[in-house]
Ligand binder design. Sequence first.
Ligand SMILES: [Zn+2]
Length: 302
Amino acid sequence: MPMRFVAILLALTLSGTAAAVCPGPVAVQVLGSGGPIADDGRASSGYLVWIEGRARLLVDAGSGTARQFGLAGASMDDLDAIALTHLHTDHSNDLPAYLKTASFSERGRALALIGPDGNDGFPGLRAFTQSLLDDTDGAYRYLSAYLEDDGGRLFPLERIEVDHDRREPRTVWKNDRLRVDAIGVTHGPVPALGYRVSVGDRTIAFSGDQNSDNPAFAAMIEGADLLVMHHAIPENAGRVARNLHATPSAIGELARDAGVSKLVLSHLMRRSLDHLAASRAAIAEHYDGATLVAEDGLCLQP
Ligand SMILES: [Zn+2]
C-alpha cells in the first residue's frame, strides 16, 4: 500500500536553480513557516495547494513567500485563487509582489482573491486592495488595471470579502478543481478566517492565526486529512498572546476534536521554537496523530 503521507524536504532543491513541483494528485507546500518577526530564519506565512503538479491555490501571502513561490516552480498562470486568512503584514505583505509577477504572465482569466471584511482597526479586503491599487490614490496605482471590470491590460481580480463575524462555515469560492470554505475565527481584535480546502476526496485545513475559541472551526474541518496549524506561543504565554493564538494544549485539543489525520505546526516564532519539545509534549497529551514541524519548502501529500 503506498504511503499516503510523504513528506519531502525540498530545501536543497529550493536552494538551487532547478525548480521542482510538489508531486502527486494533491499536495500542500509550505512557502513560509515563520512569523512576523525577522528573527526566525523563515519566510512569513504562505502555503500552496498543488493539484496534479500545478499550484492552484495560495493561502496567505506573507513576507518572503513570493520568492519561495518562484523557487518552488509555481506559476501565476496556474493559480486559481489566493485566500488570505487576515491582513497582518506576515500574511499579506507579498500580495503586491505576486500581482507584479502576474503582470508579466500571459494570464487572461480572473484570479479570485479571498479575505475577511474589516472592523474599526483593519480595512476589509476590498478597502485593503483599493489602498494598494486605486487608480488615483493607490500606493501601486501603476497596477490599477487589476481593479477594472475586465482587468484592462492585465486580468481582473475577483475580490471576495468574507464576513468574519459570522462564525459558521460557508463555501466562499469554488471551481471544478477545488472548493474553499471559510469561517470567522478569533485572532484577538483582528478580523480573521480559517479555511477548509477540498480537492476531490482530500481535505486540507488552514487554521490561520487564531486562539481556537470557535468550536465551529473544529466542526468545519472534521476528518481533514491535514491541518496546518499556527503554533506561535508556548503554553505559559500571557493573556494578550493567548487571545491572539492557541496554546499547545489548545492545539492538541483542536486536532483531537476535529479528528484530523495529520497535524503540521507552522507560523513558528522564536518564542515557540525555543519551547518546541515541551509544546509538542503538551500537544501529544491530547492528540495522538502524526505531528510534523513545518520548514520552508516542505512538501506534503495529504
Ligand atoms: Zn501571523
